[in-house]
Design a protein around this ligand. Sequence first.
Ligand SMILES: CC(C)(COP(=O)(O)OP(=O)(O)OC[C@H]1O[C@@H](n2cnc3c(N)ncnc32)[C@H](O)[C@@H]1OP(=O)(O)O)[C@@H](O)C(=O)NCCC(=O)NCCS
Length: 165
Amino acid sequence: MLIFTMNNFTIRTIAMPDIADLTEIILETYAATPYATTFNKKPELMQLNLLLSTKVSLANSNHIIDLVGLENGVVVGECEAVLNENCVVIGIIIKSSCRKKGYGTMLLKACIDLSKKLFNCKICAMISEKNIAGISFFKKNGFVVKNSSSKNGNSSEKVLEMTLS
Ligand SMILES: CC(C)(COP(=O)(O)OP(=O)(O)OC[C@H]1O[C@@H](n2cnc3c(N)ncnc32)[C@H](O)[C@@H]1OP(=O)(O)O)[C@@H](O)C(=O)NCCC(=O)NCCS
């Protein structure tokens, strides 16, 4: 489903053909900044394939929104909103060569707008304290730090819970 289009940037619901591009984006991000992903070790191709195809099949369900952003028809990022018990958790990733062009902000705003329409719940994001760009990005988009906890019991890395104020 087409959600938004402006100049050469388009936002639509995730689809099966996006899996190869998203796999590449996740792997390059993991290689450069593992703390900016949800993976504790380098994900296997099979694991990513399964994860992404599950997202595609759930994307129109009543608890997940999953959008991709395309520059000139090529997938350059993804934003998901997953309804949990306490809040809608947002995750976002943009291809490194396409960052700082406002794409992340447009994708996040589209995902938040849909989340507000579909889920009557607070909106949050879980960000590693090491993820300076991610923290700055969410703050710029109206999120504030609510909590800090240890990542998977590893006390050396804290995860910040940021909520949309
Ligand atoms: C966070 C992320 C999605 C931002 O995407 P983006 O397309 O670059 O974001 P935008 O261009 O819309 O917004 C730029 C804002 O993000 C922040 N930002 C982006 N890159 C940054 C960097 N390298 N250092 C500091 N702040 C940064 C700043 O607040 C910036 O605003 P500014 O240009 O006025 O300084 C992108 O950096 C990314 O994919 N990171 C890896 C995955 C990740 O960390 N996701 C968040 C956790 S779920």
